[in-house]
Design a protein around this ligand. Structure first.
Ligand SMILES: *Cc1c(COP(=O)(O)O)cnc(C)c1O
Ligand code: SF4
Length: 355
């Protein structure tokens, strides 16, 4: 008889996506080197020191699978522009402030923002898989919420359970999918138990920048909420949607009632009609419908991404003239104090291109 083999010890394995996240690039010079670029190619006055100074203000963070989708040797690459810290961020710009949406004032319970009727936004964590240079929460003080510590989550959850007006929870951040599956399941289970909630929505950019995050454990957790679940992802350029991302989006689609996308209109990234139209088409290839195209929130450090309203309206009109209606995102801006996202249009009726 053969003696039983001793059982292999169960080492807790770190999921692939967490290992990838741990290996994310955090230094602008490493990022440029990976793409075969040098600082002066980014701009005439750009140096190693100035790139690092901008990253000291808001840390650079990019998963390698996102870098792999950038064009080697192209300083204008639209994916690179979204994540590279540049000295322009440190220039002061009129009307660009640290809390453009006055969110600090909208805070109810710690970690809970209530601005619109029937909906409340839960800051599940302050962490993101990528740092987007235009992020309107780049100066948000998450430490005041610390929603990812247990007692604070409990306060937000109690507020949700107690408020009969809330029919939808938006789980946001930061990025809620930067939480591990066990933590996320804990949160979603608690929300799912509130029968009054008709919809549970997850706002996340992680499936776009790190598609391996959509693993079996996540799909299983999300599927339990399928009939009430809405997932809103965030992609800005069609080159973000390569085959692994489309696959991840299809998997997400099988767990939810709807998967939608929001984009931010960004100068030098997606401010042309052909790019935006192709983004909508590729989203559809992944089973995702466009939701919002946001005008930039005027946050300190992001002024170089601004696109004027006249240009935005023109781009949007071209999308209407190019795509079926369900592939045209709503062009909106967030105004502090407004009762919802504010649509941007030229106010005239008739053919949108001729108006
Ligand atoms: C954007 C936002 C929402 C969601 O708005 P929708 O128009 O429903 O997508 C909800 N709460 C807050 C605080 C928001 O900023
Ligand atoms: S993923 Fe979203 S919250 Fe995180 S940095 Fe990007 S825009 Fe901001």
């Amino acid at each position: 008889m053969i003696a039983a083999e001793p059982k292999a010890c169960h080492t807790a394995t770190v999921p692939d996506w967490q290992q990838e996240l741990a290996r994310a690039v955090r230094d602008p010079l490493e990022l440029l080197a990976l793409l075969g670029l040098t600082p002066p190619q980014i701009g005439p006055a750009v140096s190693a020191e100035s790139l690092r100074a901008a990253a000291a203000d808001f840390p650079l963070r990019v998963p390698r699978s996102f870098i792999a989708r950038m064009r080697h040797g192209d300083p204008q690459d639209p994916l690179l522009r979204q994540v590279l810290s540049v000295p322009e961020e440190l220039l002061a710009a009129a009307d660009f402030v640290t809390d453009p949406l006055q969110e600090t004032a909208a805070r109810g319970a710690p970690g809970l923002l209530q601005k619109y009727q029937g909906r409340a936004l839960l800051i599940a964590t302050g962490t993101c898989a990528v740092h987007c240079r235009y992020c309107f929460r780049r100066h948000y003080d998450y430490s005041a919420d610390q929603a990812d510590d247990q007692p604070r989550w409990a306060a937000a959850l109690q507020a949700i359970e107690a408020d009969a007006q809330i029919e939808e929870i938006i789980v946001s951040g930061g990025d809620p999918l930067s939480l591990g599956n066990a933590r996320l399941a804990q949160l979603l289970e608690r929300l799912g138990a509130v029968q009054r909630l008709r919809r549970i929505r997850i706002h996340t950019r992680t499936p776009i920048v790190l598609p391996s995050r959509v693993d079996a454990g996540l799909c299983e957790t999300l599927s339990r909420l399928r009939n009430r679940l809405v997932v809103v992802v965030h992609a800005n350029h069609p080159a973000e949607l390569d085959a692994p991302v489309l696959q991840a989006l299809r998997l997400l689609g099988a767990t939810a009632t709807a998967v939608l996308n929001q984009s931010v209109l960004l100068a030098g990234v997606n401010d042309d009609a052909a790019t935006l139209a192709e983004l909508s088409r590729r989203l559809f290839d992944g089973g995702v419908l466009p939701y919002y195209l946001h005008q930039l929130d005027q946050v300190t450090g992001a002024a170089h991404f601004a696109v004027g309203d006249a240009r935005a309206i023109q781009l949007h009109a071209t999308l209407i003239a190019t795509l079926p209606g369900y592939l045209v995102p709503r062009l909106v801006r967030e105004l502090p104090g407004a009762s919802g996202k504010t649509p941007i249009f030229n106010g005239t009726s008739g053919d949108p291109l001729k108006a």
